[in-house]
Design a protein around this ligand. Structure first.
Ligand SMILES: [Zn+2]
Length: 53
């Protein structure tokens, strides 16, 4: 499982922590912020983490 610190988009209501997450990877550079932003973990990341990817 790729380990990375959380990031989020100022345009989304969730944060990401899995580098295989498509949604997380598609965030435009100018909208990326480090940290979870106090937002819940994205469903896609959660599923990837569960699968151990
Ligand atoms: Zn995600």
């Amino acid at each position: 499982m790729p380990r990375t610190s959380a990031w989020h988009s100022i345009k989304q209501s969730v944060h990401h922590n899995n580098t295989n997450c498509n949604t997380g990877n598609n965030i435009e550079k100018e909208n990326i912020r480090q940290g979870d932003g106090g937002k819940p973990l994205c469903k896609e990341c959660s599923d990837l983490n569960k699968e151990g990817k």
